[in-house]
Structures are given as C-alpha cells and as structure tokens.
Design a protein around this ligand. Structure first.
Ligand code: URA
Length: 448
C-alpha cells in the first residue's frame, strides 16, 4: 500500500488522507477529527509532505470556517506543550506582528513595556520571505542568546521583566513543520493558516494578553486593508475565545518602517529610538503598541495613560536602561548600546540615486525587503545563514523632495556577486513624481 492511500481510523470510520484533501478541494468544511489527524500526521511526518502541501493549497483556495480555524489552532497548540507562567508574578503580555519590512518595534516596545511594569515574555520568529524577524535582529547583538529553555526564560522574565526568545521545539511543533512547507509552496497568504500559525504559538506561550500589529500593504502578507482587517478580526476572536485577551491594530506597510532594513542596522535604529532620536513612524507604532500592552497588563487605566507612560519611559531613558539589562541577562554585550561599532557592519556601500528631481512618491516595501534578502539579510531557504551586517538604509522617504543624483537608498553589502540582484529590485522600488504625494495614515485602525 502506498502512503497516499494509507487509511486512517477515527470516529469508527476509515478515511484516507486523499479524501480529506478532496473534501477541502471541493469546498467542504473539515471536521475536528480530520483536522487533528492532519496536524498530527504533519507533525510526526506520518503524512507525506506532498499530501500536507496539497491540503494547505486547498485551504488557501477554499478557506476555512471560523470553527475549522479554531480547531486547527487548537490542534496546533496540542501538538506541543503549554507553558505555565503562573509562578511568575504579574500579568504577562506579548506583542506580535504579522510581518513587515523594517518592522523593528519589538526591540523598542518590549523594554519600554517592561520598564513600565508589565511582564513581557516575548516569543518571536525569524525573517520569513521578504519580511524581517525579531530573532535575527537580536542575534545581530554579539552573544545574545535567543535559545533559552522554558526554565531560563521564566527566570529571566522574573528578573528583568522581559525575555525575548525563540520558539522552542516544544511550542506548537506543528507550526514549525507547516510553516516550512507553506514558505516553499506558495501557501503563506491565507487568513485561517496565518491565524492558526500565530495564535497556536501565542496560546501555547502561556500569556494573559496579546497585542497584534497586523500589517497591510505591499510589504505585508495582506496586501489590502480589507484583508488585513479580516485577519485582525480572525486573530482577535481566536485569541479571546481561548482565554488570551487579544486586541489588534492595523498598520500600513506600503513603505519600510523607519529608515533601516537589515538586522544590525535595525538594532542601531531601535537604540536611537530608545534614546529619543528615532524616526517618528517607528516611535508612533511602538508607543501605540506599548500603550495597549500597558492597559492589558493592568498598569495603565486607559490608552491615553498608557501612551503618557510609554513616552515617559522613552524620554527618561528607562526603556533604554531596560534594554541594556535584557541584553546582559541574555548573554549579549550591553556595550553595543553606547558603542555601535561593536555591532557587525558591512564593508561596502552602494548608493542608489534619484534618477530625476521631484518628490519621492513610493519606496515599495516588498521590493526593498526582497533586495535586503538578496544582499543576505534574510533567507531564501529556512536553513540559509544570514549576514547580520548587510541591509538597506533609506536616505529619503516617501514625501521627501529629492534632486536628480541625490541618494535615495544606501545598500550595505559584503558580497559583490549579490549586489546586482539587489540593485535591480531597489531601482524598481523607487517612485518619483512631480507632485508632493498625499501620504495615508500609518495606523489604519483597531480591532478589539
Ligand atoms: N507569522 C507567523 O508566525 N505565521 C504566519 O503564518 C505568518 C506570519
């Protein structure tokens, strides 16, 4: 018998995996048992990758009901352990972004929220596709250990009010398997799959509350605001239904956030933000998310008070001090906070100049993200090594006036053979027009 015909026995029936795929392909709703069977089979590899992938594609094309999404999330949580943070005092609040370019707010808001009294057990991911990842940024700091055991994470959380770690193999292992397949089979952009992927990890992490930053635009997995709002609604309802108080903001990801894209470059930008000198868009999104974390963490009465406290911790340097403590607690070199030369830096620069005089109308986030990956800041394959030093700095941003020949983007590179592909991408990312563009808001809405 070949594996694609292997019969499954559940609820007193014999069903083949192929029947589950056919059922979803034809628009049917899967049962809880069918979903559990598939998740279990994908995790322990008794289901061949080609069948899992075929089902993922059928889900992308046919969608899932709210009930199926709940069952998928639950099955993915149950594929591993649920962390018990009950012995760490205080409300535990995390933040998660659906992924963007230059999206570095975690490194700002985690220390800020901790400095304001919230416990922040932050479990983050690596860069995916053209988007960056918090773990890759943290690892640009020499010595920083993201691979803490659950016990080490709890001890760090209790000591400095924050731990910034990677997903261990015991947290939602089904997601690790499914995400790796989705990444290479064109099956990332699906509201139920993204919902189950994110929320299974967050529920398993043992937090009390969660603030989500759902990105919308060219650099996001959800290209339209309507889809981003739908994703936000799905994430919030699954979170709340499973006992994690969850809210979301929807933010624009048409252009990269801030001026730096690439791991060490983004660490420097976060340190600048924590010193009160960072770009306004990074500050605004970080403060908005922190304010919500403070309310959910019970240390601010409302969003306005949360914002006042977050801005206060920025201005007083309390957030910066806390980041220094977090770096030290996780084995990193805290001197990077004051000495940026201790961070990796690329040996060469290539400047992309404005082809004509005018206003910068667009800097397409997806193309900049892809160019940054081409330079080596991200991965084409899950097991690729990244170069923490390379990346892209925006010398101009949408809305800026430039003259022909002015620098628009600066590519920080190491390997000349990677440069051509990156230049081709970034040259397409820049739009210059005669009229000053009307820029939309950065924070597009909220879902509570
Ligand atoms: N981030 C995740 O963790 N999962 C997804 O599916 C997309 C973004």
């Amino acid at each position: 018998m070949t594996s694609h015909q292997s019969p499954i026995r559940y609820t007193a029936r014999l069903v083949r995996a192929v029947d589950i795929i056919l059922h979803k392909r034809d628009g049917g709703a899967l049962s809880r048992e069918e979903i559990r069977f598939v998740v279990q089979g994908a995790t322990d590899s008794t289901l061949p990758d080609y069948q899992t992938s075929a089902l993922l594609m059928a889900i992308v094309l046919r969608g899932m009901t709210a009930e199926e999404t709940t069952w998928l999330t639950e099955a993915m949580v149950d594929s591993g352990v649920r962390v018990d943070l009950g012995d760490v005092t205080g409300r535990k609040v995390d933040k998660h972004s659906t992924g963007g370019v230059g999206d570095k707010t975690s490194l700002v808001l985690a220390p800020l929220a901790a400095a304001c009294g919230v416990m922040v057990p932050m479990m983050s991911g690596r860069g995916l596709g053209h988007t960056g990842g918090t773990l890759d940024k943290l690892e640009a700091i020499p010595g920083f250990r993201i691979g803490l055991s659950i016990e080490e994470m709890k001890a760090t959380l209790a000591r400095v009010g924050c731990a910034m770690v990677g997903q261990t193999d015991r947290i939602a292992p089904a997601d690790k398997k499914l995400y790796a397949l989705r990444d290479v089979t064109g099956t990332v952009e699906s509201i139920p799959l993204i919902t189950a992927s994110i929320m299974s990890k967050k529920i398993a992490e043992g937090i009390d509350a969660l603030v989500l930053d759902v990105k919308s635009g060219s650099g996001a997995f959800m290209a339209t605001e309507a889809d981003a709002r739908r994703l936000a609604g799905s994430l919030v309802s699954i979170g709340n239904a499973s006992g994690v108080k969850t809210e979301a903001i929807v933010t624009s990801m048409e252009a990269p956030l801030g001026r730096a894209v690439g791991n060490a470059l983004e660490v420097v930008e976060c340190l600048e933000v924590l010193k009160g000198r960072g770009p306004g868009d990074v500050v605004d999104v970080s403060v908005e998310l922190t304010a919500r974390m403070l309310v959910l963490g019970g240390v601010a009465a409302d969003r306005a008070e949360g914002e006042r406290r977050a801005r206060g911790a920025l201005a007083s340097g309390a957030g910066l001090d806390r980041f220094r403590q977090i770096i030290e607690a996780q084995g990193g070199d805290p001197r990077v906070v004051d000495e940026y030369g201790r961070l990796p830096s690329a040996p060469d620069r290539y400047v992309v100049k404005a082809p004509r005089t005018g206003y910068v109308t667009t800097i397409d986030a997806r193309l900049v993200g892809q160019a940054s990956v081409a330079l080596g800041a991200g991965r084409d394959r899950v097991d690729d090594r990244i170069d923490p030093a390379v990346g892209i700095v925006l010398a101009a941003r949408p809305g800026d006036r430039v003259r022909e020949g002015d620098a628009v983007l600066e590519l920080h590179y190491r390997d000349r053979s990677r440069l051509g592909a990156a230049i081709a991408l970034v040259e397409r990312s820049i739009g210059i027009g005669e009229e000053r563009p009307v820029l939309g808001p950065l924070i597009l809405g909220q879902v509570e």
